[in-house]
Ligand binder design. Structure first.
Ligand code: PEP
Ligand code: MN
Length: 567
C-alpha cells in the first residue's frame, strides 16, 4: 500500500519540529507538512487534512511553550506520542558573510530566548523575532540578505544554501525540547503496549483556600506519581488558573481513574489529554511502544477513516456484498407481526428482487403502550421466511440482554437510531463479529455516527454498514429530514459502506421512490425500505409502508437509474 502518514508541523522544512518527526518515525516514510502557525496545524487536523500535528510543549531552558498548552485545552486535543530532542542552535548567514557584517539576526522567539548569552555578545545587531528558525534561514536565502543572520539548526544551512558561522550558541549545552504528537480523535491504544506510559491532563480548582493542596493530596492518596505541573491563566476570569499536569501511568489504571473521579467531585473540572508512551532516551529504548509500533507497520488514524484504509470495505452477508458502489436493497416490514404478515411480505420483496429481508422483532417505540414487537417469536418467524425465500435477515437489537438471541437468528444486527450512542451495546455488537447496520441517531452529527462506528470497529468487528435515516429538524412535512449530503460527506471520510433509509427519513410512502433516486444518485451503497403486504393493517409505521405495487415501482426506478449511471 502506498499509504503515508501525514504529519503537520509549525515552521519550515529543517525546523526542529521537522527533526522531531524524523525522531518519532525513524523507519517510516511520512509526509511532513509545514504550516505557518501552530493554529494552522490544529485547523488542518480538524479538517482531517493530516493524521497528526506535532507541536513543541516545553524547552529545558525557557520552560513551557505556553501557546501549545492553550491549544491543547481549547481544542481538547489528544496526545498520541511525545519525543524529546536535543536542540543545538547555530548562527547561519549567506556564504562569505562574516559575523562583523551582521546588522540583524532573525529567529523564532523561543530560539532567541535560548541563546540569550550569545546574543548579548553581538553588539549593535538587531534581534528580530520571526515565525520560525528554519523560516528565518529561508528568508535570508530567498532575499539574498548579506547583512542578516538566522538562528536555526545547523541542518537548515544545507537546506537553504547558507553557511554556519558559529555552532552550539545555546546558553546551556544540554538544551532540549519536548514535542507532542497530537490528534483530534480519541484513539485508545492497548495498555500493554504502553510500558512505561504517561497521562497528561488539566484541572481547575475552586477559588477557596487550600484547593490546589487538596487536589494534589488526592493524587498522593491514590499514589499517582505527578511528574509535572504548570499553570496557565484562565483567560476569561482574571487571576484564575488552569493547572496542567503530567503523571506516570495509564488512563486505564485504577488509581488514576479513582483520583480523577474524586477530583471531579471536588473541583468540577478535570480533563485528560490521553495516555501515551513515555519518551525514553535512545539507550533505554528496549521496547518502544504504542502508536509508534502500530504506525511502523500499519497506518494510524481512526479505524473508520480513509487514512486508515483506502479501499472501500465490502460487508459480505451470504452472497450479498455491500459497499464499494453496490446497490443493495434491504426490504421488509417495520415489525414482524405474525406468520402470515411476515411470509406474504417476504414473498413480495423476494419476488421483486430485494437482496436482504428486514423486520423488527424487538421494537423501539416512542410510546410504551404501542406494539413492542414479538420478541423471540418474531425472530423465529424471520428465520422461517429466510428459509422459505433464501434472503439473509436484518433485525434490530435493542439491548445487551437480547444480543445473544438476536445474534443467533440474524445475519445482520441493526443498531437503531435511538441506540446509536449506546456505547455499551456498540462494544458488545463489536465483540460478536457479525455484520452491523448502524443507523444515524435522530440528533447525531456525521462525526458522532463515525465515532459510534469506531466503537464497533475498535472492538474488533470490521463489518459495519452506516445508514442515513433522516435527522430531526424544524421541518414537519416529513417525519425526519433526510440529510442527503451526509452520503457524500461520509464517502469522503470513511471506507465503510453507506446506505439510506428513505422510509424513516420521510415517513410518507409516496416520497420513498423520489427520495430513493436521490440516494442512488449521490452514491449510496444501498437502500433500506419498509414494505407491508397490507399497509393499512400494519401495527407500526403504517403510513410509510410500501405495498407490492409501490415496491415493484421502486425496484424498477432504482434499476433504471443504476443502469443509466453505469452507461
Ligand atoms: C427501524 O429501522 O426499524 C427503525 C426503528 O429505524 P430507526 O432506528 O432509524 O428509527
Ligand atoms: Mn419502522
Amino acid at each position: 500500500m502506498d499509504y503515508k502518514l501525514k504529519i503537520g508541523f509549525q515552521g519550515e522544512k529543517g525546523a526542529y519540529s521537522d527533526m522531531a518527526i524524523d525522531g518519532l518515525y525513524p523507519d517510516q516514510a511520512v509526509e511532513k507538512l509545514p504550516y505557518r502557525t501552530a493554529y494552522d496545524v490544529i485547523e488542518a487536523l480538524k479538517k482531517d487534512q493530516i493524521n497528526f500535528g506535532l507541536l513543541p510543549i516545553e524547552n529545558s531552558i525557557i520552560g513551557p511553550i505556553t501557546h501549545t498548552y492553550d491549544l491543547l485545552l481549547e481544542n481538547k486535543l489528544k496526545i498520541a506520542r511525545e519525543i524529546i530532542i536535543p536542540i543545538h542552535h547555530a548562527l547561519l548567514t549567506a556564504p562569505g558573510v562574516k559575523l562583523s557584517d551582521l546588522k540583524r539576526v532573525y529567529s523564532h522567539p523561543a530560539a532567541i530566548a535560548q541563546c540569550e548569552m550569545f546574543i548579548r555578545t553581538m553588539k549593535n545587531v538587531d534581534i528580530l523575532p520571526t515565525y520560525d528558525t528554519a523560516g528565518s534561514a529561508k528568508i535570508i536565502a530567498e532575499q539574498r540578505l548579506h547583512d542578516t543572520g538566522a538562528i536555526a539548526g545547523a541542518g537548515a544551512a544545507a537546506l537553504y544554501g547558507l553557511s554556519v558561522v558559529q555552532e552550539n550558541i545555546e546558553d546551556y549545552p544540554h538544551n532540549q525540547t519536548r514535542f507532542l504528537l497530537l490528534s483530534v480523535e480519541d484513539i485508545q491504544f492497548d495498555q500493554e503496549e504502553y510500558v512505561p506510559s504517561k497521562v497528561s491532563g488539566v484541572f481547575d480548582t475552586l477559588d477557596q483556600p487550600g484547593m490546589l493542596f487538596h487536589v494534589l493530596e488526592i493524587f498522593n492518596k491514590h499514589k499517582v506519581n505527578l511528574t509535572s505541573i504548570a499553570s496557565r491563566p484562565n483567560k476569561t476570569e482574571p487571576w484564575k488558573y488552569h493547572f496542567f499536569i503530567d503523571m506516570d501511568g495509564h488512563l486505564g489504571d485504577e488509581n488514576i481513574t479513582n483520583a480523577f473521579s474524586e477530583i471531579k467531585k471536588m473541583s468540577g473540572f478535570i480533563h485528560a489529554f490521553g495516555s501515551y508512551p513515555k519518551y525514553l532516551p535512545k539507550d533505554q529504548q528496549t521496547r518502544q511502544q504504542g502508536p509508534a509500533k502500530k504506525a511502523a507497520g500499519k497506518p494510524s488514524g481512526p479505524l473508520y477513516s480513509l487514512s486508515y484504509r483506502k479501499e472501500p470495505t465490502i460487508v459480505e452477508v451470504g452472497n450479498v456484498r455491500i459497499g464499494g458502489g453496490s446497490m443493495v436493497m434491504i426490504a421488509g416490514p417495520c415489525s414482524v407481526e405474525g406468520r402470515q404478515q411476515m411470509m406474504e411480505t417476504a414473498k413480495i420483496v423476494s419476488e421483486h428482487g430485494a437482496d436482504l429481508l428486514r423486520g423488527g422483532a424487538f421494537k423501539p417505540r416512542t410510546s410504551p403502550y404501542s406494539f413492542q414487537g414479538l420478541g423471540v417469536e418474531g425472530l423465529r418467524l424471520m428465520r422461517e421466511a429466510r428459509e422459505a425465500f433464501g434472503l439473509p435477515i436484518v433485525t434490530e437489537v435493542l439491548a445487551v440482554e437480547e444480543l445473544a438471541v438476536c445474534a443467533e437468528y440474524a445475519d445482520v444486527l441493526q443498531i437503531g437510531a435511538r441506540n446509536m450512542q449506546n456505547f455499551v451495546l456498540l462494544r458488545e455488537v463489536g465483540k460478536t463479529g457479525k455484520p452491523v447496520l448502524l443507523k444515524r441517531g435522530l440528533m447525531a452529527t456525521v462525526k458522532e455516527l463515525l465515532m459510534s462506528a469506531e466503537y464497533i470497529l475498535a472492538a474488533g468487528n470490521p463489518h459495519v454498514i452506516l445508514c442515513e435515516r433522516g435527522i430531526r429538524t424544524f421541518e414537519t412535512a416529513t417525519r425526519n429530514t433526510l440529510d442527503i449530503a451526509a452520503v457524500p460527506v461520509l464517502k469522503e471520510q470513511t471506507h465503510l459502506p453507506v446506505i439510506v433509509d428513505p422510509s424513516h427519513a420521510t415517513g410518507v410512502a409516496s416520497l420513498i421512490e423520489p427520495v430513493s433516486k436521490a440516494a442512488v444518485a449521490v452514491g449510496a451503497d444501498g437502500l433500506m425500505v419498509e414494505v407491508h403486504f397490507n399497509p393499512s393493517t400494519a401495527l407500526s409505521d403504517a403510513e410509510q409502508a410500501l405495498d407490492e405495487r409501490a415496491f415493484k415501482s421502486l425496484m424498477q426506478a432504482v434499476k433504471k437509474l443504476t443502469d443509466r449511471m453505469k452507461s
